[in-house]
Design a binder for this molecule. Structure first.
Ligand SMILES: *Cc1c(COP(=O)(O)O)cnc(C)c1O
Length: 387
């Protein structure tokens, strides 16, 4: 054969891969099939790389174990997982009920895309009683989308009650379970049909990879989600799947440490004179603590608090004085972060008075004493400008 041909076929591994602890990161769009009959035998052969190779398959397997699921689909981001699940399960003429404390980009997707495709979107107050929510749902309602606790203002819903009532009416339930990361709360065990996560946050854990997942048990739902991936053409890379799987290995220990540190910081904050209210469902006395205590087995490091009302300059001074906390969106990584929330609350249908400017903290793996000292310095800067 000529050099051209030999170069195309040279250097191919013929031996089985060495068995490492993690999966091989295979790169490939083309998958070579063993014979002509296999070309169109999708049931028994992986025929194309877009469906994911070894690292993606291992991650799906591990996530199925985490979530107690029969099928897990992977998406290139958390928001893609939520939009993907909705596109796969909803159609024109359907109505979806979305909790009002939902992650803001989800609201944007619902209002600009779902509505354009003929899906009616209705928001409900997170405090709505489950029997009222489901009892008053129109016959067009096909899905209820929950987020509990909400990742900005931390209201919870009675998820098992809503799931049971919805099931009796043939309504699907889906939840953004990023706060619990599939480890603090397992929605599928509580009757929810689809558990969605931004793996970008705690499962990845290192603030450097985007990915999302949707997990389900019902074979028909699993099938619809998988078809949705195929129809939309979504794919995640082997490198990214590997990185998320690596994060998953240490999820329980990071979560335990960050949850405990977060609770310590939150309890300290509650006693500070500049703080009007704490929003951490795992802290006794906080809103929805009873729901958390009944259904959850731990806390992550994400919670909120309200400063006493003060001019915006004082709130900015608080944030600008922080040096251990970074200012940044996202959370679930190893690092502590802070943001002000009020601009994100504006589009809500059921506005609520949180008692003052709402701040969200993500407590990372730093020593909580250093975080508390940093917050004290921030509160001092706030107090100088608060009237
Ligand atoms: C970050 C986040 C998402 C979206 O994840 P991306 O990977 O950034 O798209 C969805 N839900 C919640 C609650 C989040 O915090």
């Amino acid at each position: 054969m000529s050099d051209d041909t030999r170069l195309i076929h040279a250097g191919k591994h013929a031996e089985p891969l060495a068995r490492t602890v993690g999966p091989p990161i295979q790169k490939g769009s083309t998958v070579l099939l063993p014979n002509a009959a296999a070309l169109y035998d999708d049931a028994n052969h992986l025929t194309y790389g877009r469906a994911g190779l070894s690292a993606q398959a291992c991650l799906q397997d591990a996530l199925a174990t985490l979530e107690g699921a029969d099928g897990v689909t992977l998406y290139p981001s958390g928001i893609a997982a939520i939009s993907g699940a909705m596109l796969a399960l909803l159609g024109a003429g359907d109505e979806v009920l979305v909790v009002d404390n939902v992650y803001k980009p989800v609201r944007r997707f619902c209002d600009s895309v779902l509505k354009r495709f003929g899906v009616t979107v209705s928001y409900f107050d997170p405090a709505t009683a489950p029997d009222r929510l489901v009892g008053e749902a129109s016959d067009a309602v096909r899905m209820i989308l929950l987020e509990s606790p909400g990742s900005l203002s931390f209201e919870m819903q009675d998820v098992p009650a809503i799931a049971a009532l919805a099931k009796a009416r043939g309504i699907l339930t889906a939840i953004d379970n990023t706060w619990a990361a599939g480890i603090l709360f397992r929605p599928l065990d509580h009757g929810v049909d689809v558990s969605i996560q931004a793996l970008t946050k705690y499962v990845g854990g290192h603030s450097d990879v985007f990915m999302g997942s949707a997990a389900a048990r019902d074979p028909a739902v699993v099938r619809r989600l998988a078809d949705g991936i195929n129809h939309m053409g979504w794919a995640v890379s082997g490198e990214d799947a590997y990185a998320i799987l690596r994060g998953l290995r240490t999820l329980p220990v990071r979560m335990e440490r960050q949850g405990a540190s977060g609770l310590r910081v939150a309890a300290w904050l509650r006693d500070q004179p500049e703080v009007a209210a704490l929003f951490h469902p795992a802290l006794p006395g906080c809103p929805d603590h009873a729901l958390w205590a009944r259904d959850f087995k731990g806390a992550c490091g994400l919670f909120g608090f309200a400063l006493r009302p003060a001019p915006e300059a004082a709130v900015d001074a608080f944030l600008d004085a922080l040096t251990v906390f970074g200012l940044g969106f996202s959370w679930g990584g190893f690092e502590s972060l802070a943001i002000s929330c009020d601009p994100q609350l504006k589009p809500r249908r059921f506005p609520k008075d949180y008692g003052g400017p709402l701040i969200r903290l993500h407590v990372g793996l730093e020593d909580p004493d250093d975080l508390i000292a940093d917050l004290r310095a921030g509160l001092d800067a706030y107090a100088r400008l608060a009237v």
